[in-house]
Design a protein around this ligand. Sequence first.
Ligand code: A3P
Length: 327
Amino acid sequence: ERDFKGYSEGMVRLTPGRWLFPAIFEQYADKYYTFELKPSDVMLVTYPKCGTTWLQEVVWTMRNNPNLDNPKANMPINVRVPFLEMDILLSSRNLPAITPDNPIIQGFKKMCPGRDPKDGIFLQMTELAPSPRTMKTHLPLSLLPQNLLTTSKAVYIARNPKDAVLSFYHHSRILKNHGYTGTFEQFVQYFLDDDFMYGPYWLHLKEALEQRDNPNLHVMLYEDLKQNTLHELKRLNDFLGTELTEDQLKGVAHYTSFPEMKARNALFGEGGEIFLNLGIIEKDGGFFRKGTVGDWKGKYTPELDAKMDEWIKTNLADLDIQFKYGL
Ligand code: A3P
């Protein structure tokens, strides 16, 4: 039972950094590194399970739907805010081949006329998304274009590792491409050993925090967004230059709250169901699982929790960040 079974025979570790990706990443690495950016772009950079989807909805809504009356808001989140490196996830053995009649290919053809899906379905959909583009990536800053913070803006959201790993465990069970079938204990151990898809969280975080003073990077915490939503939306409003009024921000806060997003449950476009393990979703719940701070409590054995504390002490001590583990 390797951590992400779907890719177990085909992972690659990039150095320096020990980033761990499905082997196909090597075919895409340069394309991501040289991805052409525009001044109007906003890139959402996150480690998985730290509040990416919430941030996608918040930023897209602030930029495109301040009065909550834009019919485009009915499109799934990952279509409005495309996922730069999604193509690497398609390489999982657990997924069926994407045939030309799949709605994903149909959507690609509509958005990217004349383009070849072999050159990256999601990469090209990200490239050709209408401006101003709001895009999502889980890649660390060192694997992204090095002009990101001089040409465009980026928002980074971080979350306390105990909740993030628990959330990632659930995620890697409900997403067929990951297809995790091992125990929670083993999953946490992979995290502690830096043997984890996307690579070490502490390094991902470190790279972002090193750029914290860059005026084109805005760093946020999931726990703050949860506890002080309006205040965080005001800070984001200043950073993005979106000039929403207080009433509009209150509207966005409500529209993007956990119960509202869970009720809409509009993550993937048509065809996206190929990724979902419906049996597990029925048992354990779907993508919008809890949306709280501190759900980790009681989920780690005391031994495992002590190991996490040790990991936090060792890896986060030099970083200028204080996570909240409960509200
Ligand atoms: P839980 O599994 O703890 O519930 P990501 O989008 O980076 O994959 O992160 C997913 C996590 O964010 C999940 O956490 C999910 O429930 C939570 N989430 C999604 N939308 C949210 C919202 N509007 N408010 C709070 N949490 C949200």
